[in-house]
Design a protein around this ligand. Structure first.
Ligand code: SF4
Length: 224
């Protein structure tokens, strides 16, 4: 069977989250996800089928790859398509950086492609905000990122617990990664008040100073 992946959308925009916020990226959104987070509003079920070569031809014809900060592999969960990525990533390597947005649960799949990844945006999925509990998998995944530039994105709401804060700061103290707190968004805007955000940030920084709070900037900029 041909090595193919279903891709929901391909577009250029400004990264609105995490450590490379504000940079121009080409976003490749893969279909399918192995989780079912309560707050998920991402459309990743429908899309078109590509081979590694046809995807490369599409993006290299449509965009000047060297003019972008990086290609964002997003989803859904892009690591479900690791066999596809193993063939696709060598085609673009060296032309721009590769930025992987992942729910940080598929460590074995990641190990197959990590040589091609420059930056990892790894979620720590708080059960209080997502309704799923994959913290053990998140820990295993982040430990496997030790030789790659990695930060952890932590979406939180008013239900965040002291145990969850301890869990995140313990991972960070062990691995040295940056933590980026992201308030959960609703249709009306941030789900928590600015004062609550500052209080949570203070709790993190009192034990792990390399923590930032960055809301989803693309929603304020009104870009994708
Ligand atoms: S991991 Fe991301 S794409 Fe998957 S269900 Fe959760 S929020 Fe949605």
């Amino acid at each position: 069977m041909a090595n193919e992946a279903r891709i929901n959308e391909i577009f250029a925009s400004i990264q609105g989250e995490g450590s490379v916020v504000g940079y121009k990226q080409i976003f490749i959104r893969f279909c399918g996800c192995n989780l079912d987070c309560g707050y998920c509003d991402t459309e990743f079920k429908n899309g078109n089928i590509y081979t590694p070569q046809s995807l490369y031809e599409k993006i290299s014809t449509q965009y000047n790859l060297k003019s972008f900060h990086s290609i964002s592999l997003t989803g859904g969960e892009p690591l479900l398509s690791y066999k596809f990525l193993k063939e696709f990533l060598p085609l673009v390597k060296g032309q721009t950086k590769i930025y992987l947005e992942t729910n940080a649960t598929l460590t074995d799949n990641f190990s197959q492609v990590k040589d091609y990844i420059d930056i990892v945006a790894a979620d720590i999925k708080l059960p209080s905000a997502t309704g799923v509990n994959v913290l053990g998998k998140n820990l295993e995944f982040i430990r496997s990122c030790s030789d790659i530039s990695t930060f952890a994105k932590i979406v939180f709401d008013e239900n965040i617990t002291e145990d969850e804060i301890d869990f995140c700061t313990n991972i960070a103290n062990e691995t040295g990664i940056e933590l980026i707190l992201q308030p959960k968004m609703t249709a009306a805007g941030m789900s928590v008040k600015p004062e609550f955000c500052e209080k949570i940030l203070d709790k993190f920084t009192s034990v792990y100073p390399n923590t930032r709070l960055i809301p989803q900037m693309h929603k304020f900029l009104n870009v994708r």
